[in-house]
Design a protein around this ligand. Structure first.
Ligand code: KIV
Ligand code: ZN
Length: 379
C-alpha cells in the first residue's frame, strides 16, 4: 500500500549546529530555495532568540514565500517565544527536556514543572498566532509513561505536533518502532521523528518511526547535525520510496546538486562512499561486478542511479578483469586481442597499486602503445 510522510528538513537549524558549521545569509537562502524547489514541504530554518542577524535571515526566508512551511526553534522561555513570534515563521518548535536525566541534571526541575511549562508556553504561542510543535528533547531516554503525559499535555494545550527527539542517538529501529507506536496509540497529534546518528542508525530509526505512525520526519542534507548528525535527507527519501513505497514528494534527481551546495556551504565534504550522493557510489571496478553490470545493470544495482540523477561509471583497477579492459578500450576505439588485454591488465594493476588511481585515457593509450611496441620487437 502506498503512503506518504512529510519531511521537515532541519539542515538550516540542527545541520548548522554541527560544530564548525556557520551558513551566511546568502547560503541559507540558496539552500532553502533548492530544498523548496526539490519539493521539501517543511524546513526548520533557525533559532530566533540567537539575535537580530538570525531573525533577519529568517524574515528574509519568510518573504520569499517559498512553497514550504517554515519552522523556527526555541526553548520554552518567554524570550524565545517573543523572538519566534516576531519573525513571521509558520510554526514554532518549542523544545523542553523530558528525560528525568535532563530534567534534573540540566534544568534542576521536576516532571510537574515540565507539564506546567508545556501548558503555559503552548497557550502563549497560540495566542501569538503560531502553530506549535512541542519538541520533546531526549524523548528516547524519557520514562515511557511520563512521555505519554507530556504528549497528552501538549495535545490538551493545543499543540498540533509532538517531536520525538532521540537527542543522543541511543535507539535502534526496534525500540523506535515500539516507542512511536506507543505514542501513536494515545494521541491524534502529528508525530515527528528527530533521529541522531551516533550509532549509525538515524535513517533506520527514521524509517521505523514512519512505519509506527510518525507523520513527519526530520532530515538534514548529507546528514549534517550535532555530533554524528541527523538522518540524511537523501537516504530518507530514497529508502522510504524503495523499501516502503512511501512518498515524500521530494524530487530525488535534485539530491546530488543539493548535496554539493550544502557540502560547499558547510565546509564539510561528502565522503566518496556516502550513500546516494557520494562521488564513488555508482562506480564499479571489480571484474565480477563489471561483468554482471554489462550483462544487466540490475545484477549489481539495487536501484537505478538515474533515479537520483546519476549514471554508473566503470573504472579499471587492481580488481578488473580482461573483459572490462577490452570494453574500456573498445569505448576509445581500440579493439584488443585477448592476449593484448591480458598483458595490459597487468600494467593496469601495477598502475593502480602505485598511483592509487584509475588509469586515465592518456594512460590507456600509453599502455597500448607500449604493449604494441613490445609485441613488434618481441620483447
Ligand atoms: O536533538 C535534539 O534534541 C535537538 C534539540 C533539542 C536542539 O536537536
Ligand atoms: Zn537534534
Amino acid at each position: 500500500m502506498e503512503h506518504s510522510v512529510i519531511i521537515n528538513d532541519t539542515t538550516l537549524r540542527d545541520g548548522e549546529q554541527t560544530a564548525g558549521v556557520a551558513f551566511s545569509a546568502e547560503e541559507k537562502i540558496a539552500i532553502a530555495i533548492a530544498l523548496a524547489e526539490a519539493g521539501v514541504p517543511e524546513m526548520e530554518v533557525g533559532i530566533p532568540v540567537m539575535g537580530p542577524e538570525e531573525c533577519e535571515v529568517i524574515a528574509a526566508l519568510t518573504m520569499l514565500r517559498l512553497p514550504a512551511r517554515l519552522m523556527v526553534w526555541g526553548r520554552m522561555h518567554a524570550e524565545d517565544l517573543q523572538a519566534a513570534s516576531r519573525c513571521g515563521a509558520h510554526i514554532v518548535n518549542l523544545s523542553i527536556p523530558v528525560s528525568d536525566l535532563q530534567i534534573h541534571h540540566k534544568l534542576g526541575r521536576d516532571r510537574a514543572w515540565v507539564l506546567e511549562r508545556i501548558d503555559y508556553c503552548v497557550a502563549a504561542a497560540l495566542d501569538a498566532g503560531l502553530d506549535v510543535c512541542v519538541g520533546g528533547e531526549d524523548s528516547s531516554r524519557a520514562e515511557p509513561d511520563f512521555l505519554k503525559q507530556v504528549v497528552e499535555a501538549a495535545e490538551n494545550a493545543g499543540a498540533r505536533r509532538f517531536r520525538f527527539a532521540d537527542t543522543v542517538g541511543v535507539l535502534d529501529p526496534f525500540a523506535t518502532y515500539r516507542r512511536i507506536s506507543a505514542l501513536r496509540e494515545i494521541t491524534g497529534l502529528e508525530l515527528e521523528m528527530h533521529a541522531h546518528n551516533d550509532l549509525g542508525l538515524a535513517t533506520g530509526n527514521t524509517l521505523a518511526a514512519v512505519m509506527a505512525g510518525a507523520t513527519h520526519i526530520n532530515t538534514t542534507v548529507n546528514g549534517l547535525g550535532e555530533r554524528a548528525g541527523n538522518a540524511p535527507l537523501e537516504e530518507a527519501v530514497v529508502a522510504l520510496r524503495h523499501l516502503h513505497a512511501c512518498e515524500s514528494g521530494v524530487d530525488a534527481t535534485r539530491l546530488p546538486a543539493i548535496s554539493r551546495l550544502v557540502a560547499i556551504a558547510s565546509g564539510r565534504p561528502v565522503p566518496p562512499n556516502k550513500s546516494i550522493v557520494g562521488e564513488a557510489v555508482f562506480t564499479h571496478e571489480s571484474g565480477i561486478h563489471v561483468d554482471g553490470l554489462l550483462k544487466h545493470p540490475a545484477n549489481y544495482e539495487g536501484f537505478s542511479p538515474a533515479e537520483v540523477g546519476r549514471e554508473h561509471r566503470l573504472v579499471l583497477g587492481k580488481h578488473s578483469g580482461s573483459g572490462a579492459v577490452r570494453d574500456a578500450y573498445a569505448r576509445i576505439g581500440i579493439l584488443l586481442s585477448e592476449l593484448e588485454a591480458a598483458v595490459i591488465l597487468e600494467r593496469i594493476r601495477s598502475h593502480a597499486v602505485h598511483t592509487k588511481q584509475a588509469p586515465r585515457i592518456e594512460d590507456l593509450n600509453r599502455f597500448y602503445l607500449e604493449v604494441s611496441a613490445c609485441a613488434g620487437t618481441h620483447c
